[in-house]
Design a binder for this molecule. Sequence first.
Ligand code: SAH
Ligand code: SF4
Length: 389
Amino acid sequence: MDAAPTDIPAKSSLVGLTREGLAAALRALDIPEREIRMRVNQLWNWIYFHGVRDFDAMLNVSKVLRAKLAAAYTLARPEVVSEQVSTDGTRKWLIRMPPVDAKDRGAEIECVYIPESDRGTLCVSSQVGCTLTCTFCHTGTQRLVRNLTTQEIVAQLVVAREKLGDFPGLTPPTDGITPSGEGVRAVSNIVFMGMGEPLYNFDHVCDALGVMSDGDGLSLSKRRITVSTSGVVPQIGPLGERSGAMLAISLHAVRDDLRDKLVPLNKKYNIAELLQACRDYPGASNARRITFEYVMLKGVNDSDADARELVRLLKGMPAKINLIPFNPWPGAPYECSDWGRIEKFSDIVFNAGYASPVRTPRGRDILAACGQLKSETEKLRARARLAAE
Ligand code: SAH
Ligand code: SF4
């Protein structure tokens, strides 16, 4: 029988909360209403700009209030269970969230950091697992599913910035790969391409985007935050209106009969409806293009005719096309297209006037690829457990 979780924290952390969340935490301590705004601003600055871990570091907060805060709350981050660093500088963290209630065991999610010469991208998760069942994606085969809270989504960025020495006073890694230096951010971009379907966790994702892009705190540019969706059409317009984030669409097929199979959500919202929602996306322009992701599956969606149809479908739209080599997983019913085929496909798209970078697989040696997150770690652990028995 499973043991009951015993590690439910008595005090909850303020890290990851929205301004409203912090205000509620202060009200619970009977802080007078007229002070709330000012106190929230102070906490905000210390938590998100300075990244402090201790209430005593909050120098402009009175000692009495600091003690009161410390008695009721913490500034704890979720636990980093493991860190793996690839030879190419990619980092993968397995993060365990504290239990949200007595039944919860504490969600485990993975978060990947990809450094490049001109940017550092953090790939975050929006759910544990995913309720959708795209046939090429390993996350879709996971059993356990729940939405992450706003706090859990924001905490991924706080943990990454701390690990990368990206708060004042910390030391960045000296690997020569992670961007660092005066005015340089280790994490400059965020993509919601980890586990889960972000638009099925709409409110928490939008609130988290608000915290991440707040200019007085974590201060990430909204133009550098991309939300990837498999096509939850009714939420696409509202995402643009509420968050101002950049949009990425997991298209993967140009005909409904095939997309119905690869991305079963297509049976609910077909390609025509999806593309219309993209045409109407608030704020899309040539300077703010929509990314279309297209996973290259051998003999399935990778013909010249597919490439030409892709170009035709996207005509007139401010679009970028991102060709993703399929990342195989054990038992997967697909193979990755041959390199020559990917190049041919990419040429057709490129000659039609679209940038079509092929996403180079990063962090292969630490299994940091799309659609493989977490489940690989779970499998490795199960294997290790078996080996130890
Ligand atoms: N649920 C969202 C975001 C997470 S998936 C979505 O589907 O858009 C992030 C990207 O990885 C998506 O484009 C997804 O289709 C792609 N992906 C999933 N499994 C993959 C695999 N095995 N190989 C390559 N790309 C994969
Ligand atoms: Fe879910 Fe995205 Fe994977 Fe589809 S590709 S199962 S929507 S995580």
